[in-house]
Write a protein that binds this ligand. Sequence first.
Ligand SMILES: [Zn+2]
Length: 412
Amino acid sequence: MKDLQKGLSIGGIQGHNRRVILAALQDKGTCSRKEISVATGLDQATVTRAIAPLLDDGVVEEVGLARGERGRRSINLSFSGSGRYILCLRLQRRSFSIGVFNLRGDLLESTEVRIARESSAKETFGEISEILDGQIAKLEQVDGIGVAVPGPFLERDERVILMTESPQWQGFGLIPELRSRYPDVPVHSTHDAKAAALIEWHRHARALGSRVMLYLSAGQGIGSALVVDGHVHRGAQGLAGELGHTSISVDGELCKCGNRGCLELFTSRISLLRAIRGRAGDVGETRLTCSSSFAQVLDAYEAGDELAVEEVHRVARYLAQGITNCINFANPDLVVIGDEYAGFGQRFLDRIKVHVKSAVLPSIYDAVAVELSHQSEDTVLRGAYLDVLAQTHLGSPREVPEILFEQVAGEA
Ligand SMILES: [Zn+2]
């Protein structure tokens, strides 16, 4: 840090200290000034000085006493629980969700709204902004709006270039529309799988010491993200991780992206439901019908329903192929399958692992753990919150500053 500070002006040093302190606070959740001092390497007086304006601005608050060394008590700090908020929007093909977070990261309220098949982008935008308008009118101060969208999403240009099954969004400038409607609130956008992957890494993979994690987001769409040493690999245009548009069949159906046999065409929730509904009348032993919902498929699979098991295991085989391709390409030590398909549980995971094991060399298979995500909340929404917090308060374009990751590496 000393080397870094040499080249900075006083204002630059103060800004840097502020970011590093907030990053430490974000990482720890709640801690004392002394703990921040230890974590950041800044002396306690500097920490105290830097914290004072953050308390005045309501970014940080004091939250009771912590028992320190030799029974001495110190006041704990955390990001504020009230007064300043972050709104997050998750757009999917068939629904959107809006979450209200305080700066501390507590999800205070969330709403999920189904998107009717015939709705235009403009109509859905109207529904989204109605909810956002209501929240903005109600909340004291909104520090930012985070938007998480499915890929292929050009993060650098903030442009959704393709949403299979939802062509109405192509050509609709969701992010510019939000910015023009809410000119006083910073709007930040991110790719949904990358947002969720970062949370999965923070909460799970980091403790395992994972160096390279593949996060596979499987549900209404199929996305993925690679987290390397705590950093999400974004690619030249911010497009990296489009596993859903890698092919598992060169003679397969033509995808809207121009490729044939894309993984997403075989495995998305939409294609799974289509297959099940199409066969429901022809399979004798099934409780599923031509109008069954995804929730009903989850229940039927758990109950061992013949049609559900057959179709879900077909999807498992295809997903395993996508994972195998990624294992051979990127050599992850951890693969986490998240989003709605995590709900299929252990039997589904075992099925995937059988196929992956048979397709990769034993020494590679032995060095990679394949798991289902155990996060109980919507990690895409939370990832969007963290993205806004990072960009508005931690001074990082995308993630929490590197210092934290260096520190973690040092602790390991
Ligand atoms: Zn495709």
